[in-house]
Design a protein around this ligand. Structure first.
Ligand code: G4P
Length: 534
């Protein structure tokens, strides 16, 4: 951008914003780390606030009781807090029972991710799945290896596991001294500072002990001779064996800086947060179907990545979670909803603070605002001040669970159709119509969505339906440049083919294994795990 035209306030606001999510497997410590980050940011006053929400959520198994928690869960979908001069937006990646397509889609709205690895477990399946999504946009990843106060795997074995399963180079910025009962702390390789561990630790600014040369005998006094010797050997080895940290390789997702600590004991968290604000990127350019949008552009733009329905029958509204990509948002501004060609005035958008929702006066790129609507907004919808744009990279993700919908009252076919269309537009589920037959197959990334769908069909559309299980677990959108081959493929695989809600040809099958066979048989057909919205 021409530097003469840069709006200084916008520049300053963008530079101090960091928008990120935490990726982890259940129980690695996401809730604990979130809580510590909010405590450091002063957004909550006491430990336990986030945790109690999680307990309430984990204890609920049916959708309606989850709904009772709705007020809380909406405001915790995005948690905004300040740290030093930075404004940080932490987006929640639902991950226990409520793992869903939203979990993936949240990652399309962030600029960076913190990956938590449980020291005893290494890389676990959910982390691997979420990393695949981060890979799509080469999202920079910072790694926090948690629970060093317990026995676990050797750090180098964890690195090997990460490098093997996630194809990203680990660059340690801190190094642990022992683990479990022998855990003494971490040595900050860059600052050359020793952080000494104690349970229930409260970090202070002048905490670390500066140890320039590891030969310094103070080290032996501080952490014992044997452990000092071990640290010297370890540091020698890793400094020799690993590449130096390179900001550009981190920003393009090739390297991940690694921190060690114990979230529950506050330990190593501040070190990570200090580095995070320094190296995590501020909001950057975003691709649209026509051009890249620079956050510094004065014209406002952004997209919807998540829609949350309000189940309260008195208030049938939905909140669209909207990521600002350029320009400044001001209360009452008029913006254009391009898919339906309508201009709307936004006078009651919500900004999500850690524990509350506030009416937003102004917001900047990187911020997430909530727009109330009555079902007119779809996932992926772009809003701008005027230019018709379409942001890319907010796709549908291939579902992994499937059910057939059986309508109990045949007179409600239309209402069922309407409900399913709406719910698929909101990203709750995906709907497929087989090329043969006329039953609806619905697909979801997480099984809770089936419960949500049934409850909403009943409450909002007055439809009584039931599910039938179906032996499917893999979906792929199919395309082919050669029309003839595609036609042939369709004829030979008609019973496995469906059209999704936007009319895209989708192949459904029983297993990855089966998919592999089909892919081998049809090398010219492309099988896609994600699909951009129309
Ligand atoms: P999640 O959101 O990723 O699912 O994980 P969460 O933070 O809830 O942590 C899962 C469990 O791991 C919790 O124990 C939590 O206290 C524990 N934990 C988190 N960080 C650390 C750590 O640094 N060291 C140790 N030793 N444990 C840690 P829980 O028994 O399931 O719950 P609670 O009874 O402790 O609340």
């Amino acid at each position: 951008m021409d530097s003469k035209n840069i709006d200084k306030t916008l520049f300053k606001e963008i530079n101090k914003r960091r928008t990120f999510a935490i990726i982890s497997h259940p129980d690695a410590g996401k809730t604990t780390l979130t809580e510590k980050l909010l405590l450091f940011g002063g957004a909550i006053q006491q430990a336990g606030a986030v945790k109690s929400r999680k307990i309430a959520r984990a204890a609920t198994s049916d959708f309606l009781s989850i709904e009772q928690e709705r007020g809380i869960s909406v405001s915790s979908s995005v948690m905004k807090f300040n740290f030093k001069d930075y404004e940080i937006n932490l987006l929640d990646t639902p991950g226990h029972k409520d793992f869903s397509e939203d979990t993936y889609r949240v990652l399309t709205a962030v600029d960076c991710a913190v990956m938590i690895i449980d020291n005893a477990k290494g890389v676990e399946p959910q982390t691997q799945k979420l990393m695949e999504v981060c890979r799509m946009r080469n999202t920079p990843i910072i790694t926090f290896i948690n629970k060093l106060d317990r026995e676990g795997l050797e750090p180098l074995d964890i690195f090997e596991d990460i490098e093997d399963k996630l194809q990203i180079d680990c660059i340690p910025l801190t190094w642990p001294i022992g683990m479990g009962k022998r855990f003494k702390g971490v040595y900050n390789l860059e600052k050359k500072e020793l952080g000494i561990f104690s349970p229930g630790y409260t970090p202070q600014n002048d905490d670390g002990v500066f140890i320039d040369e590891l030969t310094d005998s103070r080290l032996d006094e501080l952490i014992s001779e044997t452990q000092a010797e071990q640290l010297r050997e370890d540091v020698d080895l890793i400094v020799g064996a690993s590449d130096p940290f390179d900001l550009s390789l981190f920003l393009n997702g090739t390297q991940t800086p690694v921190f060690f600590g114990s979230a529950i004991n506050n330990f190593g968290v501040k070190e990570m947060l200090d580095a995070f604000v320094k190296i995590a990127p501020h909001p950057g350019k975003r691709p649209t179907a026509t051009r890249d949008v620079d956050p510094l552009e004065k014209a406002f733009s952004g997209f919807t990545f998540k829609i949350q329905a309000n189940m309260n029958p008195e208030h049938r509204d939905r909140i669209a979670f909207f990521r600002i990509c350029s320009g400044k948002f001001t209360k009452g501004m008029k913006i254009k909803h391009h898919r339906i060609g309508k201009e709307i005035k936004i006078s009651n958008a919500t900004i999500f603070m850690a524990q509350e929702r506030n009416n937003v006066e102004v917001a900047y790129p990187g911020d997430i605002i909530g727009i109330h609507n009555h079902g007119t907004i779809k996932i992926g919808d772009t809003f701008t001040s005027k230019e018709p744009l379409k942001f890319l990279g907010i796709p549908n993700f291939a579902p992994e669970h499937f059910r057939r919908v059986i309508l109990k009252d045949p007179l409600k076919a239309k209402a069922l159709q309407k409900g399913l269309t709406q719910l698929s537009e909101e990203g709750t589920i995906q709907v497929f119509r087989p090329l043969l037959g006329n039953m609806h197959i619905i697909g979801a990334v997480g099984v809770l969505q089936f419960e949500v769908t049934m409850a909403r069909l009943k409450a909002e559309y007055n439809v009584n339906a039931a599910y039938e299980t179906i032996d499917l677990s893999v979906a792929r959108w199919v395309t082919c440049e050669d029309e003839k081959i595609l036609k042939n493929f369709k004829t030979k695989n008609e019973s496995s083919l469906t059209l999704d809600s936007e009319g895209w040809l989708t192949f459904l099958t029983t297993s990855e294994y089966q998919l592999g066979f089909t892919m081998e048989d049809w090398p010219q057909i492309e099988f896609h795990k994600t699909r951009e919205h129309n």
